[in-house]
Design a protein around this ligand. Structure first.
Ligand code: SAH
Ligand code: SF4
Length: 390
């Protein structure tokens, strides 16, 4: 691993909004409509006002009511009296030598989560968080060694998408020709936390992000990754409609119990049953099986053959993730040869088996590394404060 290239490129003042006004960000259409009426919008106008406001906020990215020029001046004032348009605060931004960007984001209460933007030639993926820390304790995941502090609100989840668009300069410019290539073309719920343990907020946030009058990312451009919270899996299809990824990682219950302890509650057979029943499952909407490659733990040819057997009857692709090491991690990454041999067996059985290229390793932005970066950032800030005599 190389040393950080650009650390703390952007450091913004830390402030927390103290306000009794309602933050618009993250409210569903129904919630926002009700809030507009409660604030004095005549019911007959509510639908139209909602549409106008929604476009300003989510299509144009405007944060100031005064700029919403198709609303009457006194209505803009009414909005400003009752509402705010606020995102979580970006504390630091780091840019990897491979172009990956990592944002350390501060939410109300002073907690921090991380958001990672991964540019590729044909797409740009934003990896967002759903919780501060995680209640689960997968033994290879650094986030899992951090206790859950709290669930993120829908606004804090939508806010991660909006602040990344701010940083990338991705809001449309009025009067300019429509830009067809989207910098953030895909969203993955693969940051910190177990999204299915914060289902309602994740669902409401994704509804806002998918809404056609706003950010308008299609449901197939969103992938939710779960460790296997079986009772909530079907709702992902029926209530959000996005694609599903499952942190599978092992081919026997004995090994999966060790790696993904939620397996003790819902074992491989139960999980596979839920996946087979995933509503809308088809070849064009396959389930992604994530499989972290750990040397000597789950990476043999026998494992690969067992995995193929387990996948039978499920439209699936297997995403092999070379283990990303973190200080004190009890595992090592499998060798390149091992990973390729494993991938070949899966591929020859008829499943796509891409090997995920680790991105942003120099800034600890790769899968499963997200906790340590926060701690390092904290440490360096403490060090800076000490040096400054604060
Ligand atoms: N909590 C959810 C989503 C976040 S993790 C889940 O577990 O699915 C996103 C992916 O990164 C998961 O497949 C997770 O198992 C994997 N991961 C965690 N730690 C990792 C590490 N150190 N190296 C590689 N992948 C890791
Ligand atoms: Fe939580 Fe996912 Fe990490 Fe497991 S892999 S501890 S579920 S964030």
């Amino acid at each position: 691993m190389t040393a950080p290239i650009t650390q703390d490129v952007l450091t913004l003042p830390r402030k927390l909004p103290v306000s009794d006004k309602t933050n618009i960000i993250g409210l569903t259409r129904d919630q926002l409509r009700a809030a507009l009426i409660a604030a004095g919008t005549p019911e007959k106008q509510a639908k139209m006002r909602l549409g106008q406001l929604w476009q300003w906020v989510y299509h144009w990215g405007v944060r100031d009511f005064a700029l919403m020029t198709n609303l009457a001046k006194d209505y803009r004032a009414l909005l400003a009296d009752h509402f705010t348009i606020e995102l979580p605060e970006v504390v630091t931004r780091q840019i990897s030598e491979d172009g990956t960007r990592k944002y350390l984001v501060r939410i109300a209460g002073g907690h921090e989560v991380e958001v990672v933007y991964i540019p590729e030639t044909d797409r740009g993926t934003l990896c967002i968080s759903s919780q501060v820390g995680c209640t689960l304790t997968c033994s290879f995941c650094h986030t899992g060694t951090q206790k859950l502090v709290r669930n993120l609100t829908a606004g804090e989840i939508v806010g991660q998408v909006m602040l990344a668009r701010d940083d990338l300069g991705e809001w449309p410019v009025q009067g300019a020709p429509k830009v067809e290539v989207r910098l953030i073309s895909n969203i993955v719920l693969m940051g910190m936390g177990e999204p299915l343990y914060n289902f309602d907020n994740v669902r409401d946030a994704m509804k806002v992000v998918m809404d056609n009058e706003g950010i308008a990312l299609g449901r197939r451009r969103i992938t939710l990754s779960t460790s296997g919270v079986v009772p909530e899996i079907a709702r992902t299809a029926t209530e959000i409609g996005c694609l599903l990824a499952v942190s599978f990682h092992a081919t026997t219950d004995e090994v999966r119990d060790q790696l993904v302890p939620i397996n003790k509650r819902w074992n491989i057979a139960t999980l596979l049953e839920a996946l087979k029943a995933y509503p809308g499952l088809s070849n064009s909407e396959r389930i992604t099986f994530e499989y972290v490659m750990l040397e000597g733990v789950n990476d043999t040819k026998e494992d690969a053959h067992r995995l193929v057997k387990l996948l039978e009857g499920i439209p699936a692709k297997v995403n092999l993730i070379p283990f990303n090491e973190w200080p004190g991690a009890p595992y090592k990454r499998s060798s390149g040869n091992r990973i390729h041999a494993f991938a070949d067996i899966i591929y020859h059985a008829g499943y796509a088996s891409p090997i995920r290229t680790p991105r942003g390793e120099d800034i600890m932005a790769a899968c499963g590394q997200l906790k340590s970066a926060t701690e390092r950032a904290r440490k360096s800030k403490a060090a800076i404060a000490a040096e400054a005599g604060l």
